[in-house]
Design a protein around this ligand. Structure first.
Ligand code: ADP
Ligand code: NI
Length: 210
């Protein structure tokens, strides 16, 4: 099986398995993550390009936020699919490892991380910040009907998600290139928040301001 054909199969499989995800997790997210990963890969040097590309496309398969009850264990699903593509077991294991350990919500770093893992994680994190990240956050917030903002601060608003996650990502980047790319997007988050509060407080008397 030719490599380009295998990648086509992965693209098709990834597209089909998006399921009922919000549109921040649609095909275009996968495409952007792959592009981000290629940019980082070019700058960072030696790694396995096949693993980076396949893991980028499959990184969101089985996200627990969007899993339907009773659906197949994602690792088994991926193993079956990737074995069918006649990929080396080493590649299959790494793609599955990346898929299972990438998420920010899981909190801690896995005990061993490969350069491919670091690249795909940075690529995914870049798509959560900057202008696209803001669009995705408000899209997700709308999907689960969270408030945009609650000045009390004890809330599940999308603005509080900036502090819970988005503003932390810059310092969690694994690679130098990822960090450099994250800097620009991080500054845009800060600029956005500044303007958001400016508009939120517009016309308020100063003692009322939050
Ligand atoms: P990860 O895969 O790193 O755990 P998620 O799947 O949680 O990331 O996040 C995917 C996208 O959804 C990101 O753009 C993230 O900012 C957004 N998102 C996740 N949780 C929330 C939330 N509570 N409010 C707004 N956006 C969210
Ligand atoms: Ni993702």
């Amino acid at each position: 099986m030719k490599r380009s054909f295998k990648i086509k199969q992965v693209e098709e499989f990834a597209g089909k398995n998006l399921g009922a995800y919000d549109s921040g997790h649609d095909w275009w997210h996968l495409e952007r993550v792959r592009n981000n990963a290629f940019q980082i890969m070019e700058a960072e040097g030696s790694c396995d390009q096949v693993i980076v590309e396949i893991a980028s496309l499959l990184h969101d398969i089985g996200d627990s936020k969007f899993m339907e009850k009773g659906s197949e264990d994602p690792a088994r699903l991926l193993h079956r699919f990737l074995t069918g593509l006649e990929l080396e077991e080493r590649i299959i294991e790494e793609v599955i490892f990346i898929n299972r350990n990438l998420s920010f919500s899981k909190g801690k770093k896995p005990e061993r991380i490969s350069v491919e893992f670091m690249i795909v994680q940075d690529a995914d994190r870049l798509d959560a910040i900057g202008a696209i990240g803001i669009a995705r956050a408000f899209n997700y917030g709308g999907f689960v009907n969270n408030p945009i903002f609650d000045p009390s601060g004890r809330d599940h608003s999308t603005i509080s998600h900036f502090y819970d996650k988005l503003l932390k990502l810059k310092d969690l980047m694994n690679t130098g290139t990822g960090r450099r790319l994250a800097d620009e997007r991080h500054r845009f988050l800060e600029l956005y928040l500044e303007q958001f509060y400016h508009e939120w407080n517009f016309g308020k008397r100063s003692e009322d301001q939050q």
